[in-house]
Design a binder for this molecule. Structure first.
Ligand code: ATP
Ligand code: MG
Ligand code: MG
Length: 554
């Protein structure tokens, strides 16, 4: 009945629903490793898996792939949960691969007893050496034919910690001549004498990814296990492992692959992002320059804007680089609908309205959002001395300059029409004060003839004596190259943009005092800004989310 076109992932599911699967057998999962914060690439996977859950009314598990105690931490688990929730998704079960350690171990014993796994006591270098190459067959390990008894005894020593760390590994006995390198007796267990964030020191052996992932899918009865393209050659192994333990009549998970999404001018790899944090290039995982979900959140992104971005690029079969301007378009588009318009001046020059009474303050009506009537209006103070942006004034300019110039008029947003009469300059010739006169009958919304007068150009402004000084953080690309990690010869850190952050003081209308952390506003004519968590009672801090238009001409 649906006419819309299906993407290839949905097509796989539709085909399965017609042949092998009943609708209530569908189950998906999102399986992050808790070794860092989630990034915008993960958002694609989250939106894909949870999106399928919504589409087919099927459960989606949040599964922590926590098999490497050397890299994983509880704080990453917490951050991942909070990010998925913030994006607006609900998981069915919160699962941990570490909860399956006993089951995985039992199955490993079973493999040994079946003669399908053996303990190898060689160095990892020797094992790698024997693996061969895609064009050269591998060589059997001298330990490949150990007896079942010997294997069980050694595996037991690995498990108890009696065997020194790294002395042995457990390998699946498959085929050292396979054309698929991953099938050449892959390691399925290694010893690590490190404390695990959930199992503590209970386990001294840890299962490898390939052995864990498919079996976890099976335990959870995940019908479709979607992973990124680099796992395509792992599919054969995924299936081999399932063949060993799958019981007749139970759901058999299916691995399918989709393309990784990369974003320009940044890196999307937890390992690389960790280096930015460790080397102090950024202030933390949630630095507003980071492509992490929490960094984007702090930068002022909304969950909707990230979901729209991910859904907009959709799923693909080939890895590609998405220009960051697409992400920026998405947040601009959403904030345009929801953010109140306010006035702030970021690069001020003083304006004196010479015919306006001293010491007087007028509170003028200002509409909050012309895109949203329900947003209402507020009052902004007007007085004799104002700030406007330096770049909004020129002594002389051609006809295309619709801002303030000597002898010409502009409208001050929500206020009056003013005319520049003269200016004062400092010893360097820089304008430091502009003297203007105003037309008292021209107040916006007053209904007078003068208020309807058409003047080219409307400027934003703030009343100096009422202005709220605020810290404003302006951001640039974190990397100077579009694909900083594309060239394997060069360390991506070489391409870090040394000028990705500029901190300035801006002057905002006083209504902004009421804003809370994460509130979002449009500074009229400047862009979208959000209140940063570094805000204190004495000083508000704003992050620039994005400008009003794409200023990144190619
Ligand atoms: P990273 O290198 O950043 O650690 P990963 O793939 O190792 O990435 P996981 O925590 O294992 O990170 O990822 C969880 C899920 O998110 C996986 O299914 C993975 O394939 C998917 N994923 C990770 N990065 C991307 C990306 N850039 N685009 C699409 N999906 C991604
Ligand atoms: Mg992974
Ligand atoms: Mg990784």
């Amino acid at each position: 009945e649906e006419k819309e076109s299906l993407n290839f992932i949905e097509q796989i599911i539709e085909d399965d629903l017609k042949s092998t699967h009943s609708k209530d057998a569908l189950c998906f999962r999102f399986p992050p490793e808790p070794n860092g914060f989630l990034h915008i690439g993960h958002a694609s996977s989250i939106c894909l898996n949870f999106g399928l859950g919504l589409r087919y009314d099927a459960p989606v598990n949040l599964r922590f792939d926590d098999t490497n105690p050397a890299k994983e931490e509880q704080r990453f688990v917490d951050a991942i949960k909070s990010d998925v929730q913030w994006l607006g998704f609900k998981w069915e079960k919160e699962c941990y691969a570490s909860d399956y350690f006993q089951q995985l171990y039992d199955w490993a014993i079973y493999l040994i007893k079946e003669g399908k796994a053996y303990v190898d006591s060689q160095t990892s270098e020797a094992i790698a050496e024997q693996k061969g190459t895609p064009t050269k067959e591998g060589v059997n390990s001298p330990f490949r034919d150990r007896t079942i008894q010997e294997n069980l005894a050694l595996f037991e020593q690995m498990k108890t910690g009696e065997a020194p760390e790294g002395a042995h590994v457990l390998r699946a006995k498959i085929d050292m001549k396979s054309t698929n390198m991953l099938m050449r007796d892959p390691v399925i267990y290694r010893t690590l004498h490190k404390s695990h964030h959930r199992t503590g020191t209970d386990w001294k052996i840890f299962p490898m990814y390939d052995w864990t992932h498919g079996e976890s899918d099976y335990i959870e009865r995940v019908s479709h296990s979607f992973c990124t393209l680099e796992f395509l050659p792992h599919r054969e192994l995924y299936n081999w492992f399932l063949d060993q333990i799958h019981e007749e009549g139970t759901l058999r998970p299916k691995q399918r692959e989709f393309a990784r999404r990369n974003l320009s001018h940044t890196v999307v790899s937890k390992r690389k992002l960790a280096r930015l944090v460790e080397d102090g290039v950024v202030t933390g995982w949630d630095d507003p320059r980071m492509p992490t979900i929490s960094g984007l959140r702090r930068r002022g992104y909304t969950p909707e804007s990230i979901r729209n971005f991910a859904d907009g690029i959709g799923v693909g079969k080939r890895d590609n680089l998405i220009d960051v301007s697409r992400l920026e378009f998405s947040v601009r588009d959403h904030l345009n609908k929801v953010a109140d318009r306010v006035m702030a001046v970021l690069d001020p020059v003083k304006v004196v309205i010479t015919n306006y009474p001293e010491n007087e303050t007028e509170w003028l009506d200002a509409e909050n959002n012309q895109e949203d009537e329900a947003a209402g209006s507020r009052k902004v103070p007007f007085s004799r001395e104002l700030y406007i942006e330096k770049e909004d004034f020129r002594e002389e300019a051609n006809k295309k300059f619709f801002r303030l110039k000597l002898g010409k008029e502009v409208r001050l947003k929500n206020a009056y029409i003013i005319k520049a009469e003269s200016c004062i300059k400092d010893e360097n010739g820089e304008v430091i004060e502009i003297h203007c006169t105003y037309d008292p009958d021209s107040r916006s919304g007053s209904g007078t003839e003068a208020s309807m007068r058409k003047v080219k150009g409307t400027l934003h402004w703030v009343s100096i004596k009422d202005a709220l000084p605020v810290e404003v953080r302006l951001y640039d690309r974190l990397f100077t190259e579009a694909a900083p990690d594309a060239n394997k010869e060069v360390d991506f850190m070489e391409y870090v943009n040394p000028n990705s952050l500029e901190v300035i003081t801006g002057y905002a209308e006083p209504s902004l005092k009421e804003l809370q952390v994460e509130d979002k506003v449009q500074f009229q004519r400047l862009g979208y800004f959000t209140v940063d968590k570094d805000t204190t009672a004495d000083k508000m801090v704003f992050n620039k989310t994005v400008g009003l238009r794409d200023s990144w001409a190619k």
